[in-house]
Each structure stands twice: as C-alpha cells, then as structure tokens.
Design a protein around this ligand. Structure first.
Ligand code: GDP
Ligand code: MN
Length: 347
C-alpha cells in the first residue's frame, strides 16, 4: 500500500502574489501547531503533506508553539519544508502552569483514580496542561492577535487529497465558525463532571445559547446510552480537535471564553482529564448555530487510528474512500451518524 508521504514531493510553490484567490484577497489565517522539539520527524511528515496538498498554493504562515524554546534543529528542518513564513513561539508560563487554585494532593490522587479506570494519559501532568492550553489558552497567545482563522495541525498526521481552494476564504464566505473531519465518542471516564459543570454555566448564562445549537448531538442517548449515563447526560460525541479549521473570534467571544474560565475554576482539567476536543465541541455545539459547523468531507485526513477519506477520484493518494479506522473494531467509535441524523432534520 502506498501512503501519501511516499509519493509527495515538495514542489516549488508560487509566491503569495501569484496566488489564485479569485478576488485577490487572502484570509487572516495561519497554520498552527503545538509541538515538542522531540517530535520534529513526525511534524515533518504532517507539514510536508499539508504543504503538498494545500499550502504550497497559498503560503499561509506556520506558527509553532512550545512550552520550551524551539531548538536549532527544529527550526532548520521546518524552514526547509515551506516557502511561507514561520514563527516560533514560546508559551508564557502563566498560560501553561497548573493554576494556583488546584490542590496538588487532590490532583495526584485523582490521577491514580483515573488511571485505575484506564483513562489514557491520566497520570501525565503535561497532557492535562496541554488539554487545558488547547481548550482555553491558545487563542490568548499574542502571536495570534492579528489572526482570525487557524488550521490546527499535529505531528504524525496525514493529508491525502489535493485541496484546490482556500479553506479559510471558504469559511469566511459561508459564515462558518468551526470545521472538522472526524466525529467520535470520547471516554466518558475522562469527564464525569464536564456536562454537569456545563449545565451550571448554561443555567447562569442562558443568553449565550445559540438559537439553533447542536444540543441533540451533545445529549444523544440512543446510540451509546452507557456513554451518556457515565458522562451524566453528555453523549460524549466530539469533533476530533487534532484537526480544526476555525474562527479564533469564536473562542475569544464571551460565551466561550467565560465558559472556559468557569470550567477552569472547577478544576476538571486536573481532577479529571477533560480533553480540549470535548470542551471545544461542547462550546461550538452550544454557542454556535449548527449551520456554522462545517464537515470537511473533501479533506483526506488521518491521525492514528482514525481516517477521513473522501471519494474524490484522482484527488487522493494513500487512503480508501470512506475508510474510517485502521485496526479492528472501532466502527462504534464513530459519532457521525448522530451528527448526520440531526443535520438531516435541519434541512
Ligand atoms: P493525543 O493526540 O491525544 O495522543 O496527544 P498528543 O501527544 O498527540 O498531543 C497533542 C498535541 O499536543 C500534539 O501536537 C503534541 O505535539 C502536543 N503536545 C502534547 N504535550 C505537549 C507538551 O508537553 N509540550 C509541547 N510543546 N507540546 C505537547
Ligand atoms: Mn495526537
């Protein structure tokens, strides 16, 4: 089997001035990645492929974030992979550190309890910090102040299909807030009080609920009732946030930012292992209309072990049309049927 990274070659891209955008305008957008120096090889894969399918045509800047300084090797390797500008940004300590109100003894005791329930990464403090940063801190980084749109990229992902249009301009023109490729169930054991805490916030701020929100998808209990039971009313459905194309202004707005603050004060990023994927998804599902959420069915994508593979003859290399997972027995992890059911009713 041939995979995308075997066949892609870096092509010399046109400069920004030679670019297609129909009316000559570009979006205020960046490709962003939180990444460690040690992940340079995996990042190289992601970056090479995204440049090949999309960015060599558009040259949107890359912005890398790290809780530590980037090393020279990281900079040298990444500079060779794009014609676009690159920024290397360190995260301010106050955005990454465990907040003062967290009780460390309780936190470590919680890690043990979560681990006994097989919650992945629950004993890794940096993972909790990463989830919190991605939930409510990344959009506060000054490097993003001048941007409205971002595409989140992780090390070790694949992009399989040519993208011939400017996805950011697409979002802008179609009044979209959030774009995803994969829609899954989360581990309910990682977030037992996330939904109850969310309900407290909604009760205090009913004015923030979007009129045409995705409550039906967020609270579905028909497909996997046990997930809903363990998550106390939350379906555990979420957009897989290792891929996101979204509007920074949505996160910056009061509805979401105050929601994050409320969650943060409750301590669930450390006493439980709330992921940024369910937190973003609940935020989008409650505070945006469902018409503002876009499924990029045309973007071929893989983050182990799940795949989004369009059926676009001649445009994709390395995935099988409609392939959803690699490995065994993961079809029940797909929450797209619940999403589709809701969207069909809307149309
Ligand atoms: P998973 O996808 O849930 O298995 O989590 P990952 O290990 O892929 O982490 C998610 C993203 O955060 C990836 O882009 C990682 O490179 C990044 N990341 C996770 N932990 C850290 C950390 O402690 N420091 C930095 N700089 N990046 C991190
Ligand atoms: Mn990952």
């Amino acid at each position: 089997k041939r995979f995308a990274h075997d066949v892609f070659r870096k092509k010399p891209g046109p400069t920004a001035a030679q670019l297609p955008p129909e009316d000559g305008k570009r979006a205020k957008a960046a490709l962003i990645s939180l990444v460690r120096n040690s992940e340079i090889d995996q990042l190289k894969q992601s970056m090479t492929e995204l440049e090949a399918v999309f960015n060599h045509k558009f040259n949107y800047p890359w912005i890398f974030f790290n809780d530590e300084p980037f090393d020279e090797n990281f900079k040298k390797v990444t500079r060779e992979l794009t014609n676009a500008e690159i920024q290397y940004e360190q995260i301010p300590k106050e955005h990454w550190e465990v907040p003062s109100w967290i009780n460390k003894d309780l936190m470590y005791a919680s890690f043990d309890k979560l681990a006994s329930e097989n919650v992945q990464y629950s004993k890794m403090l940096s993972y909790h910090q990463m989830c919190r940063w991605n939930s409510g801190m990344f959009y506060k980084h000054p490097a993003l102040d001048d941007y409205k749109w971002y595409w989140r990229v992780e090390p070790n992902v694949h992009f399989y299909c040519d993208i011939d249009y400017d996805v950011f301009r697409f979002m802008e023109k179609n009044n979209k807030t959030y774009g995803f490729t994969i829609n899954l169930y989360d581990s309910p054991q990682s977030l037992p009080t996330l939904w109850p805490t969310t309900e407290e916030y909604i009760d205090a701020h009913p004015e923030y609920l979007a009129p045409d929100n995705s409550m039906e998808w967020l609270t579905d209990a028909t497909n996997r009732p046990h997930h809903n039971f363990l998550a106390h009313g939350y379906s555990a459905c979420h957009f897989w946030s290792n891929f996101e194309i979204a509007d920074l202004d949505f996160w910056r707005g009061d509805a979401y930012d105050k929601y994050f603050e409320y969650l943060d004060k409750s301590g669930g990023f450390f006493y439980e292992r709330w992921g940024d994927a369910p937190v973003h998804s609940i935020g989008v599902g409650l505070f945006a209309d469902k018409s503002q959420v876009h499924y990029f069915d045309d973007i071929g994508y893989n983050h182990v072990p799940f795949v989004n593979c369009p059926d676009l003859p001649g445009k994709c290399r390395g995935c099988e049309p409609n392939e959803f997972f690699r490995g065994v027995g993961l079809e029940k992890e797909n929450c797209m049927p619940v999403w589709n059911k809701m969207m069909e009713k809307a149309n």
